[in-house]
Design a binder for this molecule. Structure first.
Ligand code: 5RP
Ligand code: FE2
Length: 215
């Protein structure tokens, strides 16, 4: 069953709670929170305060995507703010195994993200420790970008690698997901779709979620 995590990067932040409630009522499975630091990516977005406000707006799991350098400094604050899943970028973590275990010690599920050009191989030696792999299908930093098709083949590679290691991990795709690109990802084995612009730019969010699920 494919799950959908709308990204609040695309909401009207003057109405954050209403926007989150609208997708919860429309059938979203999680809320995706994009945290950017102006160093790892060329944009600054959300800190623990907005994550905490999101926590008070919904009972859905919060899926926090950290696009930041030195994430160990902020993981405890995001878990305290209510994150259920914390995902860090392999490219930002020289001691990835340590960082993954910090997330778990704090009490959240741990994810590792990789950029479109990063080979899946970097996941091999942490796959047994993590709950989620996030494959970027755009270069991280902004919402509303075009889907990078060459990232699709990495989905089946992760699925095979996880199968070989007998690991049942979420395979999440993020960036440029719409009703045309979602089926490419789900057919390849993705089971968690992040969608920002596609969901929040539509008035009928339930219809957007149904279309992403291929219904
Ligand atoms: O991590 C992200 C960008 O770095 C966002 O989650 C992603 O871009 C979602 O936005 P959209 O669906 O509009 O592409
Ligand atoms: Fe994201």
């Amino acid at each position: 069953m494919v799950k959908i995590a709308p990204s609040i990067l695309a909401v009207d932040f003057a109405s954050l709670k209403e926007e989150i409630v609208s997708v919860e009522e429309a059938g979203a499975d999680m809320i995706h929170i994009d945290v950017m630091d102006g160093h790892f990516v060329p944009n600054i977005t959300i800190g623990p305060m907005i994550a905490e406000a999101s926590r008070r707006s919904t009972a859905l799991p919060l899926d926090v995507h950290l696009m930041i350098e030195q994430p160990d400094n902020f993981i405890p604050a995001f878990v305290q703010a209510g994150a259920d899943i914390v995902t860090v970028h392999a490219e930002a973590c020289p001691h990835l195994h340590r960082t993954v275990h910090l997330i778990k010690e704090q009490g959240a599920q741990a994810g590792v993200a990789i950029n479109p050009h990063t080979p899946v191989d970097v996941l091999r030696h942490v796959l047994e420790d993590i709950d989620l792999v996030l494959l970027m299908t755009v270069n991280p930093g902004f919402g509303g970008q075009s889907f990078i098709r060459s990232a699709v083949e990495k989905i089946s590679t992760v699925k095979t690698l996880a199968g070989d290691l007998n690991r049942d991990v979420w395979i999440e795709v993020d960036g440029g997901i719409d009703d045309e690109t979602a089926p490419l990802c789900t057919r390849a084995g993705a089971n968690l779709l992040v969608a920002g612009s596609y969901v929040f730019k539509k008035d009928d969010r339930a219809d957007a979620l149904r279309k992403l699920r291929g219904e």
